[in-house]
Write a protein that binds this ligand. Sequence first.
Ligand code: PMP
Ligand code: GLU
Length: 384
Amino acid sequence: MATSATLAMAAKARELREEGKDIIGLSLGEPDFNIPDFVKDAAINAINENYHSYTPVDGYADLKKAIITKFKRDNHLDYKPNQIVVSTGAKQSLANLAMVLLNEGDEVLLPAPYWVSYSDISKLAGGVPIEIPTTIESDFKITPESLKAAITPKTKMMIYSSPCNPSGSVYTKEELRALADVLVDYPNIIVISDEIYEHINFTDNHASMAVFEDMYDRTVVVNGVSKAYSMTGWRIGYIGGPEWIARACNKMQGQITSGANCIAQRATIIALESSPSKIQYMIDAFKERRKLILGLLSEIPGFKTNQPQGAFYVFPDISYFFGKELQGVKINTASDLSMYLLEKANVATVTGDAFGSPNCIRISYAASEENIIEALKRIKKALT
Ligand code: PMP
Ligand code: GLU
Protein backbone atom coordinates (compact mmCIF):
# COMPACT_ATOMS: atom_id res chain seq x y z
CA MET A 1 0.00 0.00 0.00
CA ALA A 2 1.33 3.44 -0.91
CA THR A 3 1.51 6.36 1.51
CA SER A 4 -1.12 9.01 0.74
CA ALA A 5 0.75 11.33 -1.65
CA THR A 6 -1.26 14.38 -0.59
CA LEU A 7 -0.53 13.85 3.08
CA ALA A 8 3.10 12.85 2.39
CA MET A 9 3.73 16.10 0.52
CA ALA A 10 2.03 18.11 3.27
CA ALA A 11 4.28 16.39 5.84
CA LYS A 12 7.39 17.08 3.75
CA ALA A 13 6.44 20.77 3.43
CA ARG A 14 5.89 20.94 7.21
CA GLU A 15 9.29 19.35 7.82
CA LEU A 16 11.07 21.82 5.53
CA ARG A 17 9.27 24.72 7.21
CA GLU A 18 10.50 23.48 10.57
CA GLU A 19 14.02 23.59 9.12
CA GLY A 20 13.43 27.28 8.44
CA LYS A 21 12.54 27.10 4.72
CA ASP A 22 9.84 29.44 3.48
CA ILE A 23 7.60 26.83 1.83
CA ILE A 24 4.26 27.77 0.27
CA GLY A 25 1.97 24.76 0.53
CA LEU A 26 -0.25 24.29 -2.50
CA SER A 27 -0.35 20.54 -2.02
CA LEU A 28 -3.18 19.91 0.40
CA GLY A 29 -6.85 20.29 -0.44
CA GLU A 30 -7.69 22.17 2.69
CA PRO A 31 -9.68 25.42 2.77
CA ASP A 32 -7.74 28.20 4.48
CA PHE A 33 -10.93 29.79 5.85
CA ASN A 34 -11.91 29.63 9.49
CA ILE A 35 -14.95 27.55 10.36
CA PRO A 36 -18.02 29.85 10.22
CA ASP A 37 -18.83 31.31 13.66
CA PHE A 38 -22.30 29.79 13.83
CA VAL A 39 -20.78 26.32 13.46
CA LYS A 40 -18.08 27.03 16.05
CA ASP A 41 -20.76 28.26 18.47
CA ALA A 42 -22.68 25.01 18.05
CA ALA A 43 -19.58 23.06 19.07
CA ILE A 44 -18.92 25.30 22.08
CA ASN A 45 -22.55 24.91 23.15
CA ALA A 46 -22.26 21.15 22.83
CA ILE A 47 -19.25 21.12 25.14
CA ASN A 48 -21.04 23.34 27.64
CA GLU A 49 -24.10 21.10 27.42
CA ASN A 50 -21.83 18.22 28.47
CA TYR A 51 -21.97 16.13 25.35
CA HIS A 52 -19.32 13.55 26.06
CA SER A 53 -20.56 9.99 25.64
CA TYR A 54 -20.07 7.45 22.90
CA THR A 55 -22.39 8.26 20.04
CA PRO A 56 -24.60 5.84 18.07
CA VAL A 57 -22.31 4.09 15.55
CA ASP A 58 -24.19 5.47 12.55
CA GLY A 59 -24.60 8.98 13.99
CA TYR A 60 -27.01 10.92 16.22
CA ALA A 61 -30.62 10.56 15.12
CA ASP A 62 -31.04 14.33 14.76
CA LEU A 63 -27.87 14.58 12.66
CA LYS A 64 -29.21 11.84 10.39
CA LYS A 65 -32.42 13.84 10.15
CA ALA A 66 -30.44 16.96 9.15
CA ILE A 67 -28.59 14.90 6.53
CA ILE A 68 -31.87 13.56 5.14
CA THR A 69 -33.23 17.12 4.91
CA LYS A 70 -30.02 18.29 3.22
CA PHE A 71 -30.19 15.45 0.65
CA LYS A 72 -33.78 16.44 -0.11
CA ARG A 73 -33.06 20.20 -0.21
CA ASP A 74 -29.86 20.12 -2.27
CA ASN A 75 -30.08 16.89 -4.26
CA HIS A 76 -33.78 15.93 -4.47
CA LEU A 77 -32.87 12.59 -2.95
CA ASP A 78 -35.08 10.72 -0.50
CA TYR A 79 -33.49 8.63 2.22
CA LYS A 80 -34.73 7.02 5.41
CA PRO A 81 -32.61 7.05 8.59
CA ASN A 82 -31.49 3.45 8.05
CA GLN A 83 -29.91 4.52 4.75
CA ILE A 84 -27.57 7.06 6.37
CA VAL A 85 -24.26 6.38 8.14
CA VAL A 86 -22.24 9.20 9.68
CA SER A 87 -18.50 8.55 9.80
CA THR A 88 -15.19 10.05 10.85
CA GLY A 89 -14.73 11.74 7.48
CA ALA A 90 -15.61 10.89 3.90
CA LYS A 91 -12.37 8.94 3.79
CA GLN A 92 -13.71 6.55 6.40
CA SER A 93 -16.99 6.28 4.50
CA LEU A 94 -15.03 5.26 1.39
CA ALA A 95 -12.99 2.75 3.38
CA ASN A 96 -16.14 1.27 4.95
CA LEU A 97 -17.68 0.87 1.50
CA ALA A 98 -14.61 -0.79 0.02
CA MET A 99 -14.32 -3.18 2.96
CA VAL A 100 -17.95 -4.22 2.97
CA LEU A 101 -18.44 -4.48 -0.78
CA LEU A 102 -15.21 -5.79 -2.25
CA ASN A 103 -14.06 -9.38 -2.33
CA GLU A 104 -10.57 -10.46 -3.32
CA GLY A 105 -10.02 -9.76 -7.02
CA ASP A 106 -13.09 -7.58 -7.56
CA GLU A 107 -12.39 -4.81 -10.03
CA VAL A 108 -12.98 -1.18 -9.15
CA LEU A 109 -13.37 1.28 -12.02
CA LEU A 110 -11.59 4.56 -11.41
CA PRO A 111 -12.05 7.27 -14.03
CA ALA A 112 -8.57 8.83 -14.07
CA PRO A 113 -7.55 11.24 -12.73
CA TYR A 114 -9.13 10.05 -9.49
CA TRP A 115 -8.74 11.08 -5.89
CA VAL A 116 -5.53 9.67 -4.53
CA SER A 117 -6.95 7.33 -1.87
CA TYR A 118 -9.53 5.50 -4.02
CA SER A 119 -6.90 3.23 -5.42
CA ASP A 120 -5.15 2.23 -2.19
CA ILE A 121 -8.38 1.94 -0.22
CA SER A 122 -9.64 -0.45 -2.92
CA LYS A 123 -6.42 -2.48 -2.84
CA LEU A 124 -6.48 -2.67 0.94
CA ALA A 125 -9.92 -4.26 0.68
CA GLY A 126 -8.69 -6.84 -1.86
CA GLY A 127 -9.96 -4.94 -4.91
CA VAL A 128 -8.13 -4.37 -8.16
CA PRO A 129 -8.19 -0.75 -9.35
CA ILE A 130 -8.89 -0.41 -13.07
CA GLU A 131 -8.15 3.05 -14.39
CA ILE A 132 -10.26 4.51 -17.17
CA PRO A 133 -7.98 7.01 -18.87
CA THR A 134 -9.16 10.44 -20.01
CA THR A 135 -7.47 13.38 -21.70
CA ILE A 136 -7.24 17.05 -20.91
CA GLU A 137 -8.90 17.71 -24.29
CA SER A 138 -12.08 15.97 -23.08
CA ASP A 139 -11.92 17.89 -19.77
CA PHE A 140 -10.68 14.71 -18.05
CA LYS A 141 -14.12 13.08 -18.33
CA ILE A 142 -14.84 9.48 -19.27
CA THR A 143 -17.31 8.66 -22.04
CA PRO A 144 -19.96 5.91 -22.24
CA GLU A 145 -17.66 4.10 -24.69
CA SER A 146 -14.59 4.21 -22.44
CA LEU A 147 -16.72 3.09 -19.49
CA LYS A 148 -18.19 0.15 -21.38
CA ALA A 149 -14.76 -0.92 -22.61
CA ALA A 150 -13.45 -1.09 -19.02
CA ILE A 151 -16.24 -3.32 -17.67
CA THR A 152 -15.51 -7.04 -17.20
CA PRO A 153 -17.37 -9.84 -15.40
CA LYS A 154 -15.23 -8.97 -12.35
CA THR A 155 -16.27 -5.32 -12.15
CA LYS A 156 -17.90 -4.67 -8.78
CA MET A 157 -17.70 -0.96 -8.24
CA MET A 158 -17.03 2.42 -9.80
CA ILE A 159 -15.80 5.37 -7.72
CA TYR A 160 -15.74 8.90 -9.05
CA SER A 161 -15.90 12.43 -7.70
CA SER A 162 -17.81 15.33 -9.23
CA PRO A 163 -16.69 18.07 -8.84
CA CYS A 164 -13.52 16.09 -9.32
CA ASN A 165 -10.46 16.12 -7.16
CA PRO A 166 -7.95 16.65 -8.84
CA SER A 167 -9.23 17.88 -12.24
CA GLY A 168 -12.06 20.19 -11.11
CA SER A 169 -14.29 18.63 -13.79
CA VAL A 170 -18.02 18.57 -13.16
CA TYR A 171 -20.22 15.98 -14.86
CA THR A 172 -23.54 17.37 -16.09
CA LYS A 173 -26.75 15.47 -15.47
CA GLU A 174 -26.86 14.53 -19.16
CA GLU A 175 -23.31 13.16 -19.04
CA LEU A 176 -24.12 11.10 -15.95
CA ARG A 177 -27.29 9.82 -17.63
CA ALA A 178 -25.23 8.66 -20.60
CA LEU A 179 -22.91 6.76 -18.22
CA ALA A 180 -25.93 5.36 -16.36
CA ASP A 181 -27.28 4.07 -19.69
CA VAL A 182 -24.21 1.85 -19.88
CA LEU A 183 -24.35 0.80 -16.21
CA VAL A 184 -28.02 -0.29 -16.34
CA ASP A 185 -26.91 -3.34 -18.30
CA TYR A 186 -24.58 -4.37 -15.45
CA PRO A 187 -26.76 -4.55 -12.35
CA ASN A 188 -23.97 -5.91 -10.14
CA ILE A 189 -21.88 -2.75 -10.33
CA ILE A 190 -22.23 -0.41 -7.34
CA VAL A 191 -21.52 3.26 -8.00
CA ILE A 192 -19.83 5.37 -5.34
CA SER A 193 -20.52 9.03 -6.06
CA ASP A 194 -18.15 11.19 -4.04
CA GLU A 195 -19.84 14.57 -3.77
CA ILE A 196 -17.66 16.18 -1.11
CA TYR A 197 -17.02 19.20 -3.38
CA GLU A 198 -20.74 19.59 -4.12
CA HIS A 199 -20.90 23.20 -2.95
CA ILE A 200 -17.56 24.23 -4.45
CA ASN A 201 -19.01 24.26 -7.91
CA PHE A 202 -18.79 27.25 -10.25
CA THR A 203 -21.49 25.97 -12.57
CA ASP A 204 -25.12 26.26 -11.55
CA ASN A 205 -25.60 22.55 -11.48
CA HIS A 206 -24.62 19.75 -9.22
CA ALA A 207 -25.82 16.36 -10.41
CA SER A 208 -25.75 12.99 -8.71
CA MET A 209 -25.95 9.53 -10.24
CA ALA A 210 -28.33 8.63 -7.42
CA VAL A 211 -31.15 10.81 -8.81
CA PHE A 212 -31.81 8.37 -11.62
CA GLU A 213 -34.51 5.94 -10.58
CA ASP A 214 -32.71 3.03 -12.23
CA MET A 215 -29.45 3.84 -10.40
CA TYR A 216 -30.77 4.86 -6.96
CA ASP A 217 -30.74 1.32 -5.59
CA ARG A 218 -27.06 0.83 -6.36
CA THR A 219 -25.54 4.24 -5.90
CA VAL A 220 -23.99 5.39 -2.65
CA VAL A 221 -23.50 9.12 -2.21
CA VAL A 222 -20.48 10.08 -0.11
CA ASN A 223 -20.35 13.58 1.33
CA GLY A 224 -19.04 15.46 4.36
CA VAL A 225 -18.33 18.83 5.89
CA SER A 226 -14.55 19.05 5.41
CA LYS A 227 -14.57 21.15 2.29
CA ALA A 228 -17.72 23.29 2.24
CA TYR A 229 -17.54 24.25 5.93
CA SER A 230 -13.76 24.20 6.25
CA MET A 231 -14.13 21.49 8.92
CA THR A 232 -11.30 19.24 7.70
CA GLY A 233 -9.88 18.49 11.15
CA TRP A 234 -13.28 17.91 12.73
CA ARG A 235 -13.63 14.67 10.78
CA ILE A 236 -17.28 14.20 9.84
CA GLY A 237 -18.44 12.46 6.68
CA TYR A 238 -21.57 10.56 5.76
CA ILE A 239 -23.23 8.35 3.18
CA GLY A 240 -26.71 7.96 1.80
CA GLY A 241 -27.35 4.70 0.00
CA PRO A 242 -29.17 1.38 -0.15
CA GLU A 243 -30.17 0.11 3.26
CA TRP A 244 -28.25 -3.18 2.97
CA ILE A 245 -25.03 -1.28 2.29
CA ALA A 246 -25.65 1.22 5.10
CA ARG A 247 -26.27 -1.66 7.49
CA ALA A 248 -22.97 -3.28 6.52
CA CYS A 249 -21.06 0.02 6.90
CA ASN A 250 -22.61 0.47 10.32
CA LYS A 251 -21.42 -3.00 11.34
CA MET A 252 -17.91 -2.39 9.96
CA GLN A 253 -17.59 0.97 11.66
CA GLY A 254 -18.88 -0.47 14.94
CA GLN A 255 -15.88 -2.79 15.05
CA ILE A 256 -13.31 -0.21 14.01
CA THR A 257 -13.97 3.30 15.28
CA SER A 258 -17.51 3.37 16.74
CA GLY A 259 -19.59 6.53 16.24
CA ALA A 260 -17.95 9.80 15.15
CA ASN A 261 -16.91 12.54 17.56
CA CYS A 262 -19.91 13.87 19.53
CA ILE A 263 -19.00 17.59 19.50
CA ALA A 264 -18.27 17.62 15.76
CA GLN A 265 -21.58 15.85 15.10
CA ARG A 266 -23.52 18.50 17.05
CA ALA A 267 -21.78 21.24 15.02
CA THR A 268 -22.47 19.40 11.78
CA ILE A 269 -26.22 19.51 12.47
CA ILE A 270 -26.08 23.31 12.53
CA ALA A 271 -23.84 23.45 9.45
CA LEU A 272 -26.13 21.23 7.38
CA GLU A 273 -29.34 22.86 8.57
CA SER A 274 -28.10 26.28 7.50
CA SER A 275 -28.73 27.66 4.04
CA PRO A 276 -25.85 27.03 1.60
CA SER A 277 -25.97 30.81 0.99
CA LYS A 278 -24.13 31.17 4.32
CA ILE A 279 -20.98 29.69 2.81
CA GLN A 280 -21.27 31.44 -0.54
CA TYR A 281 -18.48 33.87 0.41
CA MET A 282 -16.01 30.98 0.39
CA ILE A 283 -17.19 29.75 -3.00
CA ASP A 284 -16.92 33.29 -4.39
CA ALA A 285 -13.37 33.53 -3.08
CA PHE A 286 -12.42 30.17 -4.64
CA LYS A 287 -13.85 31.36 -7.94
CA GLU A 288 -11.71 34.51 -7.83
CA ARG A 289 -8.65 32.45 -6.96
CA ARG A 290 -9.33 30.09 -9.85
CA LYS A 291 -9.29 33.07 -12.20
CA LEU A 292 -6.12 34.35 -10.62
CA ILE A 293 -4.22 31.06 -10.79
CA LEU A 294 -5.34 30.21 -14.33
CA GLY A 295 -4.20 33.67 -15.45
CA LEU A 296 -0.81 33.27 -13.79
CA LEU A 297 -0.36 29.73 -15.11
CA SER A 298 -1.09 30.85 -18.66
CA GLU A 299 2.03 33.02 -18.44
CA ILE A 300 4.26 30.00 -17.79
CA PRO A 301 5.28 28.11 -20.93
CA GLY A 302 4.78 24.36 -20.69
CA PHE A 303 1.66 24.33 -18.48
CA LYS A 304 -1.47 23.13 -20.29
CA THR A 305 -4.68 23.45 -18.24
CA ASN A 306 -8.37 22.67 -18.51
CA GLN A 307 -10.90 25.11 -17.04
CA PRO A 308 -11.82 23.52 -13.70
CA GLN A 309 -15.54 23.92 -12.95
CA GLY A 310 -15.39 23.06 -9.27
CA ALA A 311 -13.27 21.96 -6.26
CA PHE A 312 -10.11 24.02 -5.67
CA TYR A 313 -7.40 22.48 -7.78
CA VAL A 314 -5.76 23.02 -11.13
CA PHE A 315 -4.28 19.97 -12.76
CA PRO A 316 -1.92 21.13 -15.51
CA ASP A 317 -0.36 18.77 -18.01
CA ILE A 318 3.35 19.44 -17.60
CA SER A 319 4.72 16.73 -19.92
CA TYR A 320 6.38 19.53 -21.93
CA PHE A 321 9.19 19.44 -19.35
CA PHE A 322 9.89 15.70 -19.66
CA GLY A 323 13.40 15.05 -20.96
CA LYS A 324 14.48 18.64 -20.26
CA GLU A 325 17.14 19.80 -17.84
CA LEU A 326 16.33 22.66 -15.47
CA GLN A 327 19.16 24.24 -13.48
CA GLY A 328 21.13 21.04 -13.91
CA VAL A 329 18.23 18.80 -12.82
CA LYS A 330 16.85 16.27 -15.31
CA ILE A 331 13.04 16.15 -15.36
CA ASN A 332 11.63 12.83 -16.54
CA THR A 333 8.40 12.51 -14.56
CA ALA A 334 5.71 14.62 -12.92
CA SER A 335 7.18 13.56 -9.60
CA ASP A 336 10.59 14.98 -10.68
CA LEU A 337 8.92 18.28 -11.53
CA SER A 338 6.97 18.40 -8.28
CA MET A 339 10.17 17.74 -6.28
CA TYR A 340 12.06 20.30 -8.37
CA LEU A 341 9.41 22.93 -7.56
CA LEU A 342 9.62 22.06 -3.89
CA GLU A 343 13.40 22.37 -3.83
CA LYS A 344 14.00 25.27 -6.23
CA ALA A 345 10.81 27.31 -5.83
CA ASN A 346 9.88 26.25 -2.29
CA VAL A 347 6.35 25.49 -3.48
CA ALA A 348 4.63 22.21 -2.57
CA THR A 349 2.42 20.57 -5.23
CA VAL A 350 1.41 16.92 -5.72
CA THR A 351 2.53 14.67 -8.56
CA GLY A 352 -0.21 13.51 -10.92
CA ASP A 353 1.06 9.91 -10.67
CA ALA A 354 -0.78 9.67 -7.38
CA PHE A 355 -4.04 10.46 -9.19
CA GLY A 356 -3.47 8.14 -12.13
CA SER A 357 -2.32 10.94 -14.49
CA PRO A 358 1.46 10.78 -14.83
CA ASN A 359 1.64 13.82 -17.17
CA CYS A 360 0.15 16.24 -14.64
CA ILE A 361 0.76 17.88 -11.30
CA ARG A 362 -1.91 19.09 -8.91
CA ILE A 363 -1.84 22.62 -7.54
CA SER A 364 -4.35 23.49 -4.82
CA TYR A 365 -5.66 27.04 -4.77
CA ALA A 366 -7.23 26.67 -1.35
CA ALA A 367 -4.66 29.29 -0.30
CA SER A 368 -4.58 33.07 0.12
CA GLU A 369 -4.30 35.24 -3.00
CA GLU A 370 -1.03 36.54 -1.65
CA ASN A 371 0.40 33.02 -1.42
CA ILE A 372 -0.93 32.06 -4.85
CA ILE A 373 0.71 35.12 -6.44
CA GLU A 374 4.02 34.55 -4.68
CA ALA A 375 4.01 30.79 -5.41
CA LEU A 376 3.34 31.27 -9.10
CA LYS A 377 6.03 33.95 -9.30
CA ARG A 378 8.50 31.47 -7.83
CA ILE A 379 7.35 28.64 -10.11
CA LYS A 380 7.71 30.86 -13.17
CA LYS A 381 11.22 31.92 -12.11
CA ALA A 382 12.29 28.31 -11.48
CA LEU A 383 10.99 27.13 -14.86
CA THR A 384 12.02 29.92 -17.22
N1 PMP B 1 -13.03 12.58 -1.29
C1 PMP B 1 -12.36 13.54 -1.93
C2 PMP B 1 -12.56 13.69 -3.40
C3 PMP B 1 -11.49 14.40 -1.24
O1 PMP B 1 -10.82 15.34 -1.88
C4 PMP B 1 -11.32 14.22 0.15
C5 PMP B 1 -10.34 15.13 0.84
N2 PMP B 1 -10.11 15.02 2.09
C6 PMP B 1 -12.05 13.19 0.78
C7 PMP B 1 -12.88 12.39 0.04
C8 PMP B 1 -11.94 12.91 2.24
O2 PMP B 1 -12.56 13.90 2.99
P1 PMP B 1 -12.71 13.84 4.56
O3 PMP B 1 -11.93 14.98 5.10
O4 PMP B 1 -14.19 14.01 4.83
O5 PMP B 1 -12.22 12.52 5.01
N1 GLU C 1 -8.55 15.53 0.17
C1 GLU C 1 -7.47 16.44 0.41
C2 GLU C 1 -6.50 16.37 -0.75
O1 GLU C 1 -6.76 15.69 -1.70
C3 GLU C 1 -6.85 16.21 1.75
C4 GLU C 1 -5.75 15.20 1.85
C5 GLU C 1 -6.23 13.81 2.05
O2 GLU C 1 -7.20 13.59 2.78
O3 GLU C 1 -5.58 12.95 1.48
O4 GLU C 1 -5.49 17.00 -0.71
